[in-house]
Design a protein around this ligand. Structure first.
Ligand code: KIV
Length: 301
């Protein structure tokens, strides 16, 4: 895969001066025609870098089941495992909104459990909002309840990874009029229930455009063209350190997998040749004045 390298407009060395994002500030971006920049994030040090680089929204996505935990899909990650990562990302974030993904079975089976689990992401995790997949009656009911009690919600339609077994694999959605009607209806019902943004994953550009123009709330696309109000990518894909799955919509901005591999090989070589660590600059010396005593004691050992 080719690596896309263009000059960044902001960098970790030159942090953008700005306030912390809120639901209102993200909604304002759509009204002002400014795109929302989002990435997934799963740990403290990456959160610091992404936040300082100017990312608006950090999603602690259940994709961490694959990229961090090595599972073949997102289905097996639990609320407790997700919380562990949400807490770390929140600690590293000052400006971006931190959005916690509700994992499979944390909101589908029981509306009361759904509200409790969402509450944990806010209360224990420190996230500002949660994301749920789908627009079934049950999900809409949960969204309405969460919004009523003060938990901001982001919806997720199109390819919804938690339905991978029903959808028959990682497949583009909304390819016929019947499916488009369902997507538009679901998007409008999520908005009506109080969702403040909607992730659109793997839908044709025309469908993403239609939904984006129909909604007051921003759409955030992944594999849905540049017509959405914002974009999101899995950070490991953008950085080139997850190679198990390389969908067409991923743009790799660096090949950090190769860079890390090279750095580790140099480290290994330096250890063998005694080039690392340098005893003068990377180690600690015994106090010179006490060296004779040390030498004498060692000789008598
Ligand atoms: O979990 C995730 O990474 C996501 C994005 C693909 C939107 O839901």
């Amino acid at each position: 895969m080719s690596v896309h390298t263009q000059q960044p407009s902001v960098s970790a060395d030159n942090p953008v001066q700005r306030k912390a994002h809120t639901v209102a500030s993200l909604l304002r971006k759509k009204d002002q025609g400014q795109k929302i920049v989002s990435l997934t994030c799963y740990d403290y040090s990456t959160a610091r870098i992404l936040d300082q680089a100017g990312v608006d929204l950090l999603l602690v996505g259940d994709s961490l089941a694959m990229t961090v935990l090595g599972h073949p899909n997102t289905l097996s990650v639990t609320v407790d495992e997700m919380l562990h990562h949400v807490k770390a990302v929140v600690k590293g974030t000052r400006h971006a909104m931190v959005l916690a993904d509700m994992p499979f079975m944390s909101y589908q089976a029981d509306p009361v459990e759904a509200v409790k689990n969402a509450g944990r992401f806010i209360q224990e995790g420190g996230a500002q909002a949660v994301k749920l997949e789908g627009a079934s009656e049950r999900v809409i009911q949960v969204v309405r309840h969460l919004v009523e009690i003060g938990i901001p919600v982001v919806g997720h339609l199109g390819f919804t990874p938690q339905m991978v077994n029903t959808l028959g694999g990682f497949k583009i959605q909304g390819k016929n009029l019947e499916d488009v009607k369902k997507l538009v209806d679901g998007a409008l019902r999520l908005q009506e229930a109080g969702a403040f943004a909607l992730v659109l994953e793997m839908v044709p550009v025309e469908v993403a455009d239609l939904i984006t123009r129909k909604l007051r709330i921003p759409t955030i696309g992944i594999g849905a063209g540049n017509v959405c109000d914002g974009q999101i990518l899995v950070v490991d894909d953008l950085l080139g350190r997850y190679s198990e799955l390389t969908p067409r919509f991923v743009r790799q901005y660096m090949n950090s997998g190769a860079l890390i591999g090279e750095a580790v090989q140099r480290y290994a070589a330096d250890i063998q040749t005694l080039a690392f660590p340098d005893n003068d600059t990377e180690s600690f010396a015994f106090p010179v004045a006490a060296l004779p005593a040390l030498a004498q004691w060692a000789a008598e050992l």
